[in-house]
Design a protein around this ligand. Structure first.
Ligand code: ADP
Ligand code: ADP
Ligand code: MG
Length: 448
């Protein structure tokens, strides 16, 4: 086992990883930007290194500085968290070249699955159903011809997309040219890669994903499914495990497809396969995230397995030692992403947290990196933390979440717990039938 790990991330996920390391007796090394000298992860780690200015390109995306900190501190492995360098094949490669273990799959797998167009083709070869779509498109004209074949509405999507960016819906031929240009421009600015492909725009549909864990010996453990259909701007707001209203036979098919997908690419580590589930019970592969996900925690709550610890063990070469029957699938977990933004206009806010009160009690978990008098810097992702509840039934979990949300106090900045309360009172949420359209329908009411 490693004795020292560097965490190349910030915020709640850096704290989450530091906690796992501490419990495993592993010394932790934090890296931080000039804006994060007072951040929780900086203070919680055994050692911390400043790696550059506030902007992520100067610090948290600065591979040279991070590798230098790893060498100086003699860390044996780097955990990349999510976002930032977690799906960057060049970084995984450079870790390896420097004799440092990258906690995640190898560079080749990251680049294969990170290129969504290549991933689609790999899944077709593996016999996994994919959303009807195209290979890369060379022009808006080619997109128009493809759209005629597929039938409107369609989505233009960035090959290198992530975080819901580089996606544009098109409803008719007149919209193609401007959507193509807009998606391309957004993709270039967000990912430095403007390549686009097209998919049939499936709706109504649910975003259902499957969490897997694979070791070097080829064992694939399916830890469970999540429903992440509560999204705004294609970004998740609430996730739950298991997916409500998912028929058991469909669940088994999803698990089978996920095992086939993992085996096809000889996957190693924790990964998530995202699908769209249609009302007729058919599902289609959307993408694979070759990293820890924000919402991994709801799966941990229901299956009783610490995913971060297993990522570390697998990267150290240990085999999965629990059996299928030891994976708990009892109860229900829900996560609300608490973001520093206005609950109804989504305007981002930053500044000092004057008063903080965190809810507690049995089955209540708050993964965050905030504290009273902490100044939320304006330069990073707006997520302040994740409020997670676990209970025996979904109904109880919803009640527990309402109670926990009503206890949460974050004074001094905007935060969105009121929006979560609103969502938790909607019929479509309560009966579990909500689709990815849910937030669009809800926010229409805000405006009217
Ligand atoms: P998940 O699939 O785990 O829910 P999200 O899509 O919400 O992940 O993204 C997780 C975090 O990573 C967010 O903070 C998001 O802004 C960031 N992120 C996602 N993809 C990228 C990317 N390609 N480049 C930079 N940051 C990203
Ligand atoms: P990202 O890498 O940004 O997470 P995804 O491919 O996972 O991109 O898509 C993000 C979200 O956009 C999905 O969760 C889903 O809500 C929506 N979406 C993506 N592709 C489709 C599609 N073909 N039809 C309907 N919705 C889609
Ligand atoms: Mg996705």
């Amino acid at each position: 086992m490693f004795s020292k790990i560097l965490i190349a991330n910030r915020g709640e996920i850096a704290v989450r990883i530091i906690r796992a390391c501490k419990e495993m007796g592993i010394t932790t090394v934090a890296v931080y930007s000039e804006a994060d000298a007072q951040a929780l992860h900086t203070n919680m780690a055994d050692e911390s290194y400043c790696i550059g200015a506030a902007a992520v390109r100067d610090s948290y995306l600065n591979m040279d500085a991070i590798l230098c900190a790893a060498k100086n501190s003699q860390a044996q492995a780097i955990h990349p968290g999510y976002g930032l360098l977690s799906e960057n094949p060049e970084f995984a490669q450079r870790c390896q070249e420097n004799g440092i273990v990258f906690i995640g799959p190898d560079a080749q797998t990251i680049s294969r699955m990170g290129d969504k167009d290549a991933a689609r083709r790999a899944m077709i070869d593996a016999g996994v159903p994919v959303v009807e779509g195209t290979d890369l498109l060379s022009s808006a004209e080619e997109a128009r011809i493809s759209a005629e074949k597929i039938g409107y509405p369609v989505l233009l999507k960035a090959r290198s997309g992530g975080g819901g960016r580089g996606i544009r819906p098109v409803y008719d031929a007149d919209g193609i040219q401007s959507a193509f240009e807009a998606a391309k421009a957004e993709a270039i600015s967000a990912f430095g890669d403007g390549e686009l492909y097209m998919e049939k725009f499936l709706k109504p549909a649910k975003h259902i994903e499957v969490q897997i864990l694979c070791d070097r010996e080829g064992n694939v453990a399916v830890l469970g499914d999540r429903d992440c259909s509560v999204q705004r701007r294609n970004q998740k707001l609430i996730e739950e495990a298991p997916a409500p209203t998912l028929e058991e036979s469909v669940r088994q098919e999803l698990y089978k497809a996920s095992v086939a997908a993992a085996k096809a690419v000889q996957y190693e580590g924790a990964g998530t396969i995202e699908y769209l589930l249609c009302p007729d019970g058919t599902f289609r592969f959307m993408e694979m995230n070759t990293r820890l996900q924000v919402e991994h925690s709801v799966t941990e709550m229901v299956c009783g397995i610490d995913i971060v610890k297993w990522q570390i063990r697998i990267a150290a070469g240990l085999p999965i030692s629990f059996s299928e029957s030891e994976i708990g699938r009892i109860g229900h977990a829900i996560e609300c992403r608490i973001c520093a933004e206005h609950p109804f206009t989504f305007m981002p806010g930053a500044g000092e947290i004057k008063i903080l009160h965190v809810p507690g009690g049995m089955g209540v978990r708050f993964d965050s990196a905030i504290y009273q008098n902490y100044i939320v810097p304006p330069c990073y992702d707006s997520m302040l933390g994740k409020l997670i509840v676990y209970s025996r039934t979904r109904e109880e979990a919803i009640r527990k979440m309402r109670s926990a949300l009503s206890e949460l106090v974050v004074d001094g900045i905007w935060q969105n717990s009121e929006l979560h309360m609103e969502i938790l009172s909607q019929d479509a949420f309560l009966d579990g039938t909500y689709s990815t359209d849910f937030m669009n329908d809800l926010t229409k009411n805000f405006k009217s």
